[in-house]
Design a protein around this ligand. Structure first.
Ligand code: HPA
Length: 284
């Protein structure tokens, strides 16, 4: 996919989706590895496989469904992306963020990005949900490098509040209603697909990272470029290399994801209506 026509391709994909959808959501959720179950919560669901959407990249990872589900959650129109693509699958940064750009063309203003992550901070526990307070892009790539298309956003843009403080507060209140407090942490994004070495994890801890994973940072950068606010939620599917005794595996990531799926679903059922109520408020 070359950069000069990616706006047109995103617009084409969005036009295709608009024609198939009767709702016009302002909020979308991307579900990470093993976390796809939330999509089942939507009322009047319309499911569209990524393979049917023009120019959409296809997920090749087990545990990533590869479909978009549109529907309502407590009356709030919502798009849920069940599965995403990653750089380690061989996709370019631009391809990785293509779905987020399509969402922008569809009118999305707030985006919830979920992921499976390794826990670097020792106080974190396997199975815990963590709100992203910030990220470190350690992929060496940037999805908006290359010719800038002003229709997406400006050449240079601020990343000092990559993950919306207001949305984090909404998520905190939702967690409190569920009887727990969410930790916040800094997510370090890598290309993968190899898991990290213990030496890398020690280095990343020194750099200020609490979590490590292979997604999210590209999507957040592209979303901020387009002025979309982002809420990031990691599920600590395992403690990072060198912290836990056992070797890391995709099976463990998937297994923990499935175990925590219902907790994420309950949280999102409170977060999404609160996010929608705020979007409905007149702009300050
Ligand atoms: N490292 C990188 N990505 C991950 C991990 C990890 O430990 N767990 C889940 N995704």
């Amino acid at each position: 996919m070359s950069s000069h026509n990616s706006f047109d391709q995103a617009a084409e994909a969005a036009a295709y989706l608009s024609a198939r959808l009767t709702i016009r959501p302002a909020i979308a959720v991307v579900l990470g590895s093993g976390l796809g179950g939330f999509a089942a919560e939507l009322g009047q669901p319309v499911t569209i496989p990524y393979s049917e959407i023009p120019h959409f990249p296809q997920s090749t990872v087990p545990g990533h469904h590869g479909q978009l589900v549109a529907g309502t959650l407590k009356g709030v129109p919502l798009i849920v992306m069940q599965g995403r693509v990653h750089g380690y699958e061989g996709y370019s940064p631009e391809q990785v963020v293509f779905p987020v750009r399509v969402l922008r063309c569809l009118g999305i203003r707030s985006l919830v990005l979920t992921n499976a992550a390794g826990g670097i901070r020792e106080s974190l526990k396997q199975g815990q949900l963590v709100l992203l307070s910030d990220h470190i892009n350690f992929t060496g790539k940037n999805p908006v490098a290359g010719a800038n298309d002003e229709r997406f956003g400006p050449r240079f843009f601020d990343m000092s509040e990559a993950y919306s403080k207001t949305l984090r507060e909404i998520a905190q209140r939702a967690a409190q209603s569920e009887g727990y407090v969410l930790e916040e942490g800094v997510y370090l994004g890598l290309l993968g697909p190899s898991f990290e070495t213990p030496a890398e994890i020690r280095a990343f801890r020194t750099m200020g990272a609490d979590l490590v994973g292979m997604s999210t940072v590209m999507e957040t950068i592209a979303a901020r470029h387009m002025g979309i606010e982002v809420l990031g939620i990691s599920c600590v599917t395992n403690m990072a290399a060198g912290i836990q005794a056992e070797p890391l595996s995709h099976e463990e990531v998937m297994e923990t994801g499935r175990r925590v799926e219902s907790t994420i679903a309950r949280l999102l059922k409170r977060v999404i209506p609160a996010m929608a109520a705020r979007l409905d408020e007149p702009a300050k």
